[in-house]
Structures are given as C-alpha cells and as structure tokens.
Design a protein around this ligand. Structure first.
Ligand code: A3P
Length: 264
C-alpha cells in the first residue's frame, strides 16, 4: 500500500497544519485536497456551517474547557464526527499541544512567512479588518457573523492573550503573537514530526515530508503549488460583504419606517 493510500485509510487526523491564519493555510488545504488527504478542516469549515452553528459552538467549548482530557474529548469528537483526515488554520492550529497527544501518528506542517512583518501586514490587511468595529457593525445583520464567526474569533484571541500575553488583533508593528505561537509549536511538536513550510517553497519539501509523489497533470507535468487567498482577492470579498451589509441596513431601516408610518 502506498503512503498516499495509507493516509486515506487511517483513522483520525494524519496531517495537521500548525501555522497561524495568513501563513498559506488555504493553499495548504487545497494542496492536501489534491493529495487526497481529505476531508480537511479549515476555518472555512466553520464559515460553511449554517444555523445552529454547531462548529462554532463546539470550538468555543473547546477553547473554554480548561481540563486537558475533557478538552481533548471535545476536539477528537469534532474531527471524528466529520471524518476529518487533516486540519489546518484556526481553530486547529490553536490546539497544537492537544493534537500532538491525540494523534501520535500525525505529521505537523508549520506554515511560516518570509518575515514576521510580512505576516502582520497580511493579517491586518484582511482578518484584522474582519475584527474591526466598522466590519462588525456593517455586517451586524448577518446572523452568521454575529453568532458564529465573531464570537469564535473573539474567544480564540482571548486564549492567545491568556496563554501568550499577545493577540492576533494588534498594531502594525506588533509581531509578538507570531513569535510566541511559532516558539510554542517548536517546543511541543517533536522535531521528527515537524516541517516548517513557507508556501512559496512549493510541493518539494511538502511531498518529501509526507512521503508522496509531487502531483502531476495528465501529461505528467508537475502541478503548480496552489496560491490562493491573497490579500487582494480576500479584500474584494470583504468589501462586497460590507457593501451588502450596508444595503441590508438601509433596507431594514426603510422597512421599519414604512411599517411604523402605516401603523400610525
Ligand atoms: P498575502 O496576504 O501576503 O497575499 P491564508 O490562506 O492562511 O489566509 O494565507 C494567505 C496568505 O498566504 C496570502 O498572503 C497569500 O498570498 C499567501 N500564500 C498562499 N499561497 C502561497 C504561495 N503558494 N506562495 C506564496 N504565498 C502564498
């Protein structure tokens, strides 16, 4: 049986992405999909989960559970209910120490950027915007924002502040959380199970670490390593959400005015 088939047939998480958001997690998610190490959990799994937002609630429960065994039970159940073979991005990368214990055969891929400053610029230019008051109130009438995404992001970052005394949401020159998260990963993941990976390195180191061949197209040419979710593209989505959120506000105010005027 090839290593690739072994990943498919094993139970539980086989590959864990430990990099912070904005370290190429969505490209890694796409790459693991091409390699067949799926389903893969990503923050988009939480975003795609509609009412009653069970994903968000269960991850918030995991964040708030201080007892390690009880917390690990919650985490294991989330992955096993979805049949996940891999997990990248938050919330997964928030629980590295738990995942090392829960999945002794898993390999850990730690996403990094060229510099801490590059990471901070990317974060503040995208997810930092999502955590701003302007975004929160523009999208206030979207239930998923209010009851699923924002509470989970808030709880996760509160844990960062508690554990690392540094938060994801911070000023343009503050890279402490990046340093402290990376140091934590290097401390808790055995070196033999850890690959530090900048997405610009492409398939080579990733496939070598996972012991699988570099994927090719039907003519045998190596595929390009995915490059998705850059600042420009994500900002187009965020700007669209703000615009739609403002239109929904105007419609709600106009409808309220119309109803009150009719009743008067
Ligand atoms: P920028 O914001 O600097 O464009 P994530 O998916 O975790 O949110 O990370 C997205 C960031 O990783 C984006 O950074 C994106 O350009 C970068 N990235 C993703 N894949 C990449 C690749 N193959 N090579 C270089 N950078 C990549």
């Amino acid at each position: 049986m090839s290593e690739k088939d072994a990943y498919k047939q094993s139970d539980g998480l086989q590959v864990v992405g430990t990099g912070l958001p904005r370290t190429g997690t969505l490209s890694l998610y796409t790459a693991l999909g091409i390699l067949g190490i799926t389903p893969c959990h990503h923050f988009k799994t939480v975003m795609d989960d509609g009412f009653p937002y069970r994903q968000s609630q269960r991850w918030q429960q995991a964040c708030k559970t201080k007892d390690a065994k009880a917390r690990r039970d919650v985490i294991r159940q989330i992955y096993s209910d979805g049949g996940f073979k891999s997990g990248v991005d938050y919330p997964t990368s928030h629980f590295v120490e738990d995942l090392v214990e829960l999945y002794p055969d898993a390999k850990f891929i730690h996403g990094i950027r060229s510099s801490p400053q590059q990471w901070r610029k990317s974060f503040n230019g995208t997810i930092g915007r999502v955590r701003s008051s302007a975004f929160y109130y523009s999208c206030f009438l979207f239930p998923q924002q209010r009851f699923s995404l924002q509470p989970l992001l808030g709880v996760l970052d509160a844990c960062n502040i508690r554990n690392f005394h540094a938060g994801l949401v911070s000023s343009n020159d503050d890279v402490e959380v990046y340093h402290r998260h990376n140091a934590h990963v290097r401390q808790v993941v055995p070196a033999s199970r850890l690959l530090e990976f900048d997405p610009k390195q492409g398939w080579g180191p990733l496939c070598q670490f996972l012991n699988v061949p570099i994927p090719t197209d039907e003519y045998g040419n190596e595929l390009d390593y995915p490059h998705v979710n850059d600042t420009e593209k994500l900002n187009k989505v965020l700007n669209m959400m703000i615009a739609v959120g403002c239109v929904v506000w105007v419609a709600a105010i106009a409808a309220t005015y119309f109803i009150v005027a009719r009743l008067w």
